[in-house]
Design a protein around this ligand. Structure first.
Ligand SMILES: NC(=O)c1ccc[n+]([C@@H]2O[C@H](COP(=O)([O-])OP(=O)(O)OC[C@H]3O[C@@H](n4cnc5c(N)ncnc54)[C@H](O)[C@@H]3O)[C@@H](O)[C@H]2O)c1
Length: 716
């Protein structure tokens, strides 16, 4: 008997047959951390030393098989040069090879998720039997990586290079039938028959009825395809990956290039290739940043659990059935929190319900929702002109007109209609929570919940804690947002809160570039090439020039020393000329509906002409690098200020808010992670080169200290 903390090996009743069982002590799941790999090594040696060894069954005592590597270890594992990472991976591979080379048949029962390292382990066995309810896959590409425990090598040989290319490059998990059809597993059976079926395969293999040795041998030799055949497979996979991969995420491409070459090598050669290129991919910006984002998400989930313990969000209400209120009510109902929706106009309620019907209809059409479920969701929204039932809800989200006087008046009246413990949340985008709270009798139950438009699609909610907001009210807002499937980030009350404040610093970089003579289309091209979903001019058109200009004014007033009112402001000019952006078809660009009714963008020569009015020094061409610095550095500096001011508690939350709120490019991980990647020393030096542009380019004192000490915002 071998007994580790994650692996146990015991003898079964048939002499010479042993079971290696993954059963991580004290946890609900199995994962591959350093200790488990070490135990696998010991367990394999132990098995090899059994004189009567005839066969091995591999199983899991959890609901899952193995969910993958322990990503919390990645920080320490990847904080090394690529060659060292490759050497470490190659060392771990020896363990998997030793298990694969046991001189007896090995049958592995996949009872639940076998992802990443879990599937890689499964591929070392001679036979895989899978439960109908299980799923397998190699999702590493989503972390900017690819499998590094021999997964690319063995998938190519057990299934085929085409399957391996598809699975590795997409990261998509497969259900049992698909895994069987792809040749990744040998049999699929209902969960209750899994163990018996696996044991039966083992008996047959031991009896010579299954040529297990030939199956293992296939994994030790090159893939039996010609160079031309391999090229055809991998060219097609590269073409698909190029189409489907977000910008600047090279993992899929690196994996495919490596796999094409590795397919021509024997196992040792192929594994060495995989390890070498894995070392490189782990040190790419996307690899480092996406792993950090995963860790950020884990940290957030822990926080949410803490809030949820004291949150109340069983029933909710929304005030205002407009764009935002309608979206909030729909999302709440869809996620199972019944909601009352009040407006002062029947027409607005009708419009809100019609919008919900449209969205539900689309879900039904796409097969994501049954007719019955759609009807249940619809009936969970109660449109009403009065406050009936408001005394029964845990949380009311106010989404009425953005006017301080009106909000104060309406909320003070609302306070009288709800129970004393009910949390009132304002969806204000630009007013201060403390200002709105001024006339309230219970400011402790008042909080901000800043949703983004369109609510059903946008994952972020800023939960704003005013100076008098209680922790319990914050928890209820966080809990309600999580229940709606959103990611809430708690921020302190300040002008622009977090996201618009940091975004405005970036946008002002743009406005200053335009005032200094830059061609906005060139700026859009550079920033889109940087990885933004849309360049700043295009983004302002989508937001609307009047809205953008208003936000900019609010923030200028809030941070006059760093972001004073701009003398030459393209947004103000555009708005004053009635160029409001996409909403009226004219902004930085022109928009006309395409055959499907979607706005099609084209260049607007008159916009360039108009901007000459605010370009006192005429036009000027900027290098791509200067455009990037002039846009990105003020954003990093403002993010650093927000973190130092305690607007947000951690760098992880700050970067997550920017990723989710404004589509900060995923490969760069958020403004602070981007700064970490460049290195704070370099960031500060670049800021100093642009100091003539004003205080928006002055790094914080803390940034200078961090640069001098070689520190980073994030640990990874
Ligand atoms: N539109 C956005 O992109 C966006 C994004 C984030 C936050 N917000 C904020 O959300 C709030 C609402 O914005 P919107 O775009 O949904 O506005 P909207 O004009 O589409 O909707 C407001 C609705 O509130 C109703 N209303 C007005 N007074 C009311 C009252 N006393 N009781 C109940 N209903 C009342 C109106 O009839 C209207 O239907 C604003 O504070 C806005 O700043 C908007």
């Amino acid at each position: 008997m071998f007994e580790g903390q994650s692996i146990r090996v015991s003898a079964l009743t048939t002499p010479g047959v042993y079971e290696l069982c993954f059963d991580r002590q004290g946890e609900a799941i199995n994962k591959f951390d350093n200790r488990t790999v070490a135990e696998l090594d010991q367990a394999t040696r132990w098995l090899a030393a059994q004189p009567d060894l005839k066969g091995v069954l591999v199983s899991s005592a959890k609901d899952v098989f193995i969910v993958g590597a322990d990503i919390t270890e990645f920080g320490q594992k990847f904080n090394k040069p690529a060659e060292q990472i490759a050497a470490d991976v190659a060392q771990s591979n020896l363990t998997f090879v030793a298990f694969e080379d046991l001189p007896v048949p090995t049958v592995l029962a996949i009872n639940g998720y076998a992802l990443g390292g879990g599937l890689e382990m499964a591929l070392t066995a001679s036979v895989r039997v899978m439960a109908t309810t299980a799923q397998v896959g190699v999702p590493e590409v989503k972390l900017g990586l690819f499998p590094g425990f021999g997964g690319t090598v063995r998938l190519s040989r057990v299934a085929s290079p085409a399957v391996a290319a598809d699975w590795v490059a997409s990261g998509r998990p497969a259900k049992a039938d698909a895994a069987l059809a792809a040749g990744v597993v040998d049999a699929v059976v209902p969960p209750e028959a899994l163990r018996e079926t696996a044991l039966d395969w083992l008996r047959r293999a031991m009896a010579g009825e299954v040529d297990w040795a030939a199956r293992q041998q296939r994994k030790r030799v090159p893939v039996p395809l010609s160079a031309a055949e391999l090229k055809a497979v991998f060219d097609a996979a590269r073409e698909k990956a190029t189409r489907q991969t977000p910008p600047h995420q090279p993992a899929a491409r690196m994996a495919l290039d490596m796999m094409e070459h590795a397919a021509t090598l024997d196992r040792a050669g192929a594994l060495a290739q995989e390890a070498r290129v894995f070392g490189e991919v782990a040190r790419t910006q996307a690899g480092v940043s996406l792993v950090q984002t995963f860790l950020n998400e884990q940290a957030l989930k822990k926080l949410f659990k803490r809030h949820d313990a004291r949150a109340q969000h069983g029933r909710a209400a929304v005030l205002g059935a407009g764009i935002m209120g309608g979206g909030i009510a729909y999302t709440s109902a869809l996620r199972g929190v019944p909601v009352r929706m009040k407006d002062i106009h029947q027409a607005a309620l009708d419009l809100g319900m019609a919008e919900a019907d449209k969205l539900l209809g689309r879900q039904v059409q796409a097969g994501r929702l049954s007719e019955e479920k759609a009807a249940t969701v619809r009936s969970a929204i109660t449109p009403q002109l009065d406050e009936a039932g408001f005394d029964q809800v845990d949380c009311v989200v106010e989404a009425i007109v953005e006017n301080l006087g009106v909000k104060r008046q309406v909320l003070a009246a609302l306070e009288e209609r709800v129970a004393p413990g009910t949390v009132i949340a304002s969806n204000t985008s630009s007013l201060r929570i403390d200002d709105i709270a001024q006339p309230l009798k219970r400011p402790d139950t008042f909080v901000g919940m800043h949703f983004f438009n369109p609510v059903p699609l946008m994952p972020l909610v800023e939960v704003i804690q005013g100076s008098r907001t209680s922790e319990a009210a914050v928890s209820t807002a966080v809990g309600y947002a999580v229940a709606m499937g959103k990611t809430p980030i708690v921020v302190k009350d300040c002008p622009g809160f977090l996201v618009n404040r940091v975004l405005t610093a970036y946008m002002r970089g743009f406005l200053q570039l335009v005032a200094d003579g830059a061609n906005f289309e060139a700026v859009d091209r550079v920033m889109e090439a940087f990885g933004w979903p849309m360049g700043p001019a295009y983004l302002e058109d989508v937001v609307g020039m009047d809205t953008g200009s208003h936000v900019s004014d609010v923030i200028s007033a809030g941070y006059p020393e760093r972001m004073p009112r701009l003398e030459h402001d393209a947004l103000r000019l555009m708005a004053s000329e009635g160029r409001f952006g996409q909403k009226n078809g004219r902004g930085f660009y022109r928009y006309e509906p395409d055959p499907k009714g979607k706005p099609r963008r084209s260049t607007a020569p008159e916009a360039h002409e108009l901007l000459k009015r605010i370009q006192p020094k005429g036009q000027h061409s900027f290098s791509d690098a200067e455009i990037v610095d002039r846009m990105m550095l003020p954003m990093v500096i403002e993010a650093a200020h927000a973190l130092q001011d305690g607007v947000v508690a951690t760098a992880a939350e700050l970067d997550m808010a920017m990723l989710l709120g404004i589509g900060f490019p995923a490969y760069a991980g958020g403004p602070l992670k981007w700064a970490d990647w460049i290195g704070l020393g370099d960031i500060v030096a670049r800021c100093d080169r642009l100091r003539h542009l004003g205080p928006a380019y002055e790094p914080t004192a803390r940034m200078r200290e961090m640069a001098a000490r070689g520190e980073r915002f994030h640990p990874l």
